[in-house]
Design a protein around this ligand. Structure first.
Ligand SMILES: [Zn+2]
Length: 455
């Protein structure tokens, strides 16, 4: 009897003493799991050919009678982007399912493939596609910039399967695509006069352009093919940080590299370890994050000052944790990775302040939540809610609960609990209420739309 009482008391003690036992993170299931095998080759005229094979495992609890894959390059053809002087040209040679020719319908950025055989839960299906393409000039992330090629979302990508295929209409602002953590084998054959910079953490400079790499647990693969770049490499603990520029002063590249290393070190120390051996920063193209690579040259094509460029670099590096390791759907919950990347950026930039700085613009803005789907915002004001409003409200909450120190501790705990998981608005709020011991939703009212239990 005494022994039972002892175990009972011990378990109570453990429950009180170890809060992680009480709080169980509830990830949003991805519904699909993908292993990609990809071959990419390029000729000296900038014509690419690709061969993609994807083993897609059904980890949902529904049977699949069709596949829907993103094919974003198709948004930049003359048909879908008539405003472009140099659109993308795309030729699809074959689409197969399990080695058999398959019928498909390509519409905007989506490939629909009806399945002749249903794919049950825990079964997988192989999707194969061969195609060739050129890059548009003035595309968006998928584009030729002077003599450089930026290949973002250049291959058919498997959406998550959450109440059906989670495939939204494409948006030229923000990210309308959402993929699960996946494994990739990639083989390249690129003309040797170029420098290859990719999601792989094994890229070298000068680069080897006919090679293969494997990487696991990343959301996508970015590839840049650069002509005669300036390069600076720095070591940060065991991680190699490389900065690629063109037409910039050596001093500025050096300053960017120093900012990158300092912010990277800070993020590793307060959030958690970066999972790769290399991080590449390309000072060209729109400010954007990809696994293992960030681009920072402009904001939606607008050129920016050197100081602003350094801020973009810090923000995009913060995304390596909030996007790269903790996932959220950037179509429905863009504020989560953007608002938190902003919090991390400000914590780094103002190390000596006990509170987070913020400006409250709420009385000048139409009241709208920060977690609307992208297409529910006017493009001109979308960022005010996704970045500005979410940052200032998070900052306000942290300041009411201990300021900078609480924000840093929160990010560390958030990372530990949710790494390689997907979070949505409700789950984030559930965790924040637990962590800060909030009794109700009042701090989220007016800027987040929360799902109620009985909805
Ligand atoms: Zn961002």
């Amino acid at each position: 009897m005494k022994k039972i009482l002892f175990i009972y008391l011990l378990s109570i003690f453990l429950l009180i003493g170890c809060s992680d036992i009480v709080f169980n993170p509830q990830e949003i299931p991805s519904g699909s799991q993908s292993n990609y095998n990809m071959k990419l080759s390029m000729d000296t005229n900038g014509l690419f050919s690709a061969e993609i094979s994807i083993d897609i495992l059904n980890v949902s609890n529904e049977k699949w009678d069709e596949l829907k894959l993103y094919f974003i390059p198709n948004m930049f053809t003359s048909e879908n982007s008539p405003q472009l002087n140099t659109p993308s040209e795309i030729g699809i040679e074959s689409v197969k399912i399990d080695n058999q020719d398959a019928s498909y319908l390509l519409e905007k950025d989506i490939i629909n493939i009806p399945l002749r055989t249903l794919v049950s839960p825990n079964e997988s299906v192989k999707f194969q596609m061969k195609y060739n393409f050129t890059l548009p000039i003035d595309g968006f992330r998928f584009e030729k910039i002077d003599s450089n090629y930026h290949l973002a979302q250049w291959y058919p990508m498997v959406p998550t399967y959450q109440k059906g295929w989670n495939k939204q209409d494409y948006s030229f602002k923000g990210e309308s695509y959402h993929t699960a953590f996946s494994n990739f084998n990639v083989t390249f054959d690129i003309p040797k006069e170029y420098t290859l910079v990719t999601t792989s953490d094994e890229d070298k400079f000068p680069s080897v352009n006919n090679k293969s790499f494997r990487i696991e647990n990343v959301k996508e693969i970015f590839v840049a093919i650069l002509k005669d770049p300036q390069v600076i490499e720095k070591k940060s603990n065991n991680v190699n940080i490389r900065v690629f520029g063109k037409g910039r002063s050596e001093e500025f590249l050096e300053e960017v590299a120093e900012t990158a290393v300092e912010s990277f070190n800070y993020f590793q120390s307060i959030i958690g370890p970066y999972p790769h051996k290399q991080l590449d920063i390309i000072l060209d193209g729109p400010g954007m994050e990809y696994p293992g690579v960030v681009t920072a040259g402009s904001i939606y094509g607008r050129s920016v000052t050197n100081e602003a460029l350094k801020n973009i670099v810090i923000h995009e590096i913060a995304h390596q944790w909030f996007y790269g390791i903790i996932s959220n759907d950037p179509y429905t919950d863009a504020w989560l990775d953007e608002g938190i990347a902003e919090i991390a950026t400000y914590l780094f930039k103002y190390p000596n302040e006990k509170e987070l700085r913020y400006i409250d613009f709420s009385d000048k803005m139409e009241p709208l939540p920060s977690n609307l789907p992208l297409h529910d915002y006017l493009k001109s004001i979308q960022s005010n809610y996704i970045y500005g409003q979410s940052y200032s409200n998070l900052a306000k909450i942290f300041n009411q609960h201990g300021g900078k120190q609480t924000a840093e501790d929160f990010l560390s705990r958030y990372f530990t609990l949710y790494k390689y998981k997907e979070v949505d608005t409700n789950e984030f709020v559930r965790f924040m209420k637990f962590y800060l011991e909030l009794e109700d939703d009042s701090l989220f009212e007016g800027w987040l739309e929360l799902e109620t239990k009985n909805k």
